[in-house]
Design a protein around this ligand. Structure first.
Ligand SMILES: Cc1cc2nc3c(=O)[nH]c(=O)nc-3n(C[C@H](O)[C@H](O)[C@H](O)COP(=O)(O)OP(=O)(O)OC[C@H]3O[C@@H](n4cnc5c(N)ncnc54)[C@H](O)[C@@H]3O)c2cc1C
Length: 391
């Protein structure tokens, strides 16, 4: 950490500076509404900005936001008013399909629009000071009295909340690098004119060669589809896989998908990004410390089986806000005062992440088990059981 030269005028002072205005940062700012705290929300990008993603917004993210204020879910739901995702189709390596039906419908919306709508809620409902195109450059000071130099100018804050995604700058400043990060990698592209899709159905395809991952096809509205492929990073490096090439092979040569993409047109390039996964066994790495908290991808909270992280980003952002309120009320910013956040995340998100990790390890090398699961689910009364297991 560096001692930053003080500018002529005192930099603006905040109780909390949230770095990163994606789902984690925006949810944290929304959950601080009415706290009376001076909140800054910084992002290196100007919104609307794209984020490489499958664009499937899990129902749990919407439920968590609706608990803060039902108006938030209503506003976000308006992005796809006609097409909540009520069903999923899982296609096993054998080619056999399993249909799942969701009680808590979600929806898919390009992150360009979804994240922009979330930030608009922060603007509309809170007194948060939003700094766009403000990338942090250097961190100085100490817990309770941080100084942050950004491309938009310096600021001071008592607490920092790192919500700056998979390649978190904040995490790198504040915590040692994890010994062996447990990660996934995925690519996605947008298509139009894909045949045989239903607007309320997300589709997942599994291959016997790469079970620790899947191909997805998600309708995102206006006749467009988010099409992607993701898997464990260790598998990608072990087999020297080129995921962009593999995605192209799936949409051209896969026995079921090839014909459905015969008339399809790709919109824009295929883009890839990393997924910091949660749920690995062993002692959990800290996600807070003296004067700071990390949320969402910066805290490696993506579900390792399904690859969704918008929900855990939102939920961890809300939990961080609770901890921030408490720390500011007590005037305590030490590691011990903030460790309750780690415990809350472990209690509320840990069991599902650990379950998904175990399931990934079980299914990831056993195509026969995936085929058997899908076959089993066809028997009367068994689909609910399989759905609870994976869902
Ligand atoms: C290919 C792919 C497909 C996925 N599909 C899904 C899916 O369908 N459903 C799902 O739920 N999850 C999915 N995920 C995971 C999901 O994208 C993330 O878990 C989620 O975006 C995490 O939210 P976040 O707010 O923590 O981080 P982000 O959404 O990454 O937001 C971080 C924000 O911080 C900003 N930022 C970054 N660095 C800095 C910096 N140095 N300074 C200031 N600001 C910074 C960024 O501009 C961004 O606005 C997918 C991920 C990938 C890679």
């Amino acid at each position: 950490m560096t001692i930053l030269p003080l500018p002529a005028a005192a930099p603006p002072a905040f109780d909390v500076a949230i770095v990163g205005a994606g789902p984690a940062g925006a949810a944290c700012a929304l959950a601080l509404r009415g706290s009376g705290l001076r909140v800054a929300l910084l992002d290196k990008a100007r919104f609307p900005r794209d984020k490489v993603c499958g664009d499937a917004v899990p129902g749990a993210a919407l439920t968590a936001l609706a608990r803060l204020d039902p108006a938030y879910r209503a506003a976000l739901g308006a992005l796809r008013p006609q097409s909540p995702a009520r069903h999923s189709r899982l296609v096993a390596p054998s080619g056999r399909s399993l249909w799942l039906h969701w009680k808590n419908p979600s929806f898919s919306s390009p992150r360009l629009a979804f994240d922009n709508a979330l930030l608009a809620l922060v603007r509309q409902h809170t007194d948060t000071e939003i700094w766009e195109e403000a990338a942090p450059q250097a961190l100085g000071g100490q817990p309770g009295a941080w100084q942050l130099a950004t491309t938009l100018g310096p600021l001071r804050a008592r607490l920092l909340v790192g919500c700056d995604g998979a390649q978190s700058w904040m995490r790198r400043q504040l915590l040692p690098a994890p010994a062996r990060p447990h990660a996934g990698v995925a690519v996605r592209a947008y298509f139009e004119h894909v045949a045989g899709c239903q607007e309320d159905t997300t589709e997942f395809f599994f291959s016997r060669d790469y079970l620790a991952g899947y191909f997805w096809l998600f309708p995102v509205g206006a006749g467009r589809y988010n099409v992607g492929l993701g898997m464990l990073s260790e598998l990608v490096s072990r087999h020297h896989l080129d995921l962009k090439k593999l995605l192209h092979e799936w949409v051209t040569a896969h026995p079921t998908l090839g014909p459905r993409f015969a008339q399809a047109r790709q919109l824009g390039p295929t883009r890839g990004f990393g997924l910091p996964l949660g749920g690995a066994p062993g002692p959990a790495a800290p996600i807070s410390g003296a004067g700071f908290l990390l949320c969402g991808d910066a805290a490696a909270l993506i579900d390792p089986l399904q690859g969704h992280g918008i929900d855990t980003a939102v939920r961890s952002g809300i939990l961080a806000a609770q901890q921030v309120r408490q720390a500011c009320a007590m005037g305590e910013f030490g590691a011990a005062a903030l460790a309750g956040y780690d415990r809350a995340v472990r209690q509320q998100l840990g069991p599902q992440l650990a379950h998904s990790h175990r399931l990934l390890r079980l299914l990831g090398t056993r195509p026969w088990l995936v085929n058997a699961g899908v076959r089993l689910a066809q028997l009367p009364g068994m689909r609910g059981l399989v759905q609870r297991l994976v869902g």
